[in-house]
Design a protein. Structure first.
Length: 469
């Protein structure tokens, strides 16, 4: 009943017969428990809560809600505290937090509730959201729906798996160094990392206070835009939150990209990616030109420094945020997560302040140089083809370390710069796994990015093919 349905298709189904909302939630929760768990993508399912929520929405239908009775599930970093005081599990994918419960409801979850969506459960995250492949020894490593031998990418791996498998139309993820775009790309989805501060992080498990962002993953640009319409709101409980004029991200999606200036930076992004990836990006760049965009060479000096600085900032802030738990329960952490956090433990307060000041200077210089002549930049997401679970397993393969470090090459700098970027599926690699590009924009240019992504979506029709799950 739910298989691969969009927001609009679900709305039409419910408009035809209200009882379909109950049946839909029943179908979604059953498939999360079966297909979702077979993919190692599901952490918790709350069927009774979801069905009761659907019944209440149907009973007090006073006005049309933007996401009325849409069943969703989200990365396990998003807290929920029910009205009866019961907190949903809040383990952040880690044995070190086993049994911990939510103490509040995340702002974004409250916004989705207000919009009428139905929260069905939580999806597997990399431990503490600190990883790019999706491996998780505690919660299980999600399997890619296109081929279960391959990774989903991290750290929003469970979110990508269940959306790509057609179990829910969209899911929330978080992106600190690529953790929405990498799994979206690996699973053939659209995934947006918004401008820093555009979406609240209140009630979301923290990794890096300077870099964490919340973003949706979906199978269509339209559904991404509908999610943004609900999620974008100022929140005084999030110090990074910014006030912006209310926007309708659905408006002007279909007006095309004629005259839009799109730049392709050869250095760093393409030079650091494998030949097959490079060719796919260049081909997509050519498609954009045929669709009316003005395609230009772009230069982005010193971007390579942003990669290492991003990793250092994440480690430093993760060490500060979780030092007590690391000291008390270090034996319960995955070795790789522990080492990544400890890498930032030796950053002094003075050095940390220097990191933050340098970041501000770096962003100002970058914005002036990179977007002087272009509206949007195009780049790869993954620098290589999607690896198998086995070959990217740090615990079983000594050669995996270099691969894992390399995977975030094209995504980390965007987080460091606080810019918006959207992952767009473009086709398939020789192994039958999705290929993608990312479009990167100036701060608060999400509408422009969605417009360009929509044009590519219509041209490429990626989801005419579906994984055989």
């Amino acid at each position: 009943m739910i298989d691969f349905k969009s927001f609009l298709e679900i709305k039409n189904l419910i408009d035809t017969n209200k009882i379909n909302a109950i049946e839909l939630v029943n179908d979604v929760t059953n498939k999360l428990e079966t297909v979702g768990r077979s993919l190692n993508a599901v952490r918790f399912v709350f069927k009774e809560f979801a069905i009761e929520r659907a019944k209440k929405l149907l009973e007090k239908q006073e006005q049309e809600l933007p996401l009325n009775c849409i069943p969703l599930a989200h990365k396990e970093l998003f807290q929920r505290l029910q009205k009866n005081g019961i907190g949903w599990p809040n383990e952040a994918g880690s044995r070190s937090r086993e049994g911990l419960k939510s103490e509040k409801t995340a702002k974004v979850i409250s916004l989705l509730d207000k919009a009428g969506s139905i929260d069905c459960g939580r999806l597997v995250s990399v431990e503490y959201a600190f990883g790019v492949t999706g491996h998780n020894n505690y919660a299980g490593t999600p399997k890619n729906p296109w081929n279960r031998d391959y990774v989903c990418g991290g750290s929003s791996s469970g979110s990508a798996a269940v959306v790509a498998a057609g179990l829910v139309p969209a899911a929330l993820g978080t992106d600190t160094g690529g953790s929405v775009r990498l799994p979206a790309s690996a699973c053939g989805l659209f995934g947006i990392k918004p401008t820093q501060g555009l979406i609240s992080r209140d009630g979301v498990f923290p990794l890096s206070v300077s870099l964490d962002t919340v973003g949706p993953l979906a199978r269509s640009v339209t559904d991404i835009a509908k999610m943004l319409n609900v999620l974008v709101a100022e929140d005084k409980n999030d110090k990074s939150s910014v006030q912006v004029d209310k926007q309708n991200y659905l408006l002007e999606l279909d007006i095309g990209i004629k005259g839009l200036k799109i730049g392709l930076p050869d250095s760093y992004f393409l030079d650091g990616s494998d030949e097959g990836i490079r060719i796919d990006v260049i081909n997509t760049f050519s498609i954009l030109e045929k669709l009316g965009a003005i395609c230009l060479d772009a230069k982005i000096p010193n971007i390579e420094n942003a990669n290492d600085l991003n990793m250092l900032l994440i480690s430093s802030e993760a060490a500060n945020a979780h030092k007590n738990l690391v000291l008390e329960k270090h034996k319960l952490f995955n070795e790789q997560t522990l080492m990544r956090i400890l890498a930032g433990a030796f950053t002094s307060n003075q050095e940390y302040k220097m990191l933050l000041r340098y970041r501000i200077q770096f962003i100002h210089k970058f914005l002036y140089k990179a977007f002087e002549e272009v509206d949007i930049l195009i780049a790869p997401v993954w620098p290589c083809y999607i690896p198998t679970i086995k070959e990217s397993d740090l615990g079983a393969n000594s050669d995996a370390a270099n691969l894992v470090r390399r995977i975030g090459h094209n995504t980390r700098p965007i987080n460091y710069l606080g810019l918006p970027a959207i992952s767009i599926p473009t086709g398939f690699d020789p192994n039958g796994l999705p290929l993608s590009v990312q479009l990167i924009g100036k701060p608060f240019s999400e509408k422009l990015l969605l417009r360009a992504a929509y044009a590519l979506e219509k041209q490429l029709s990626f989801w005419d093919i579906r994984p055989d799950i």
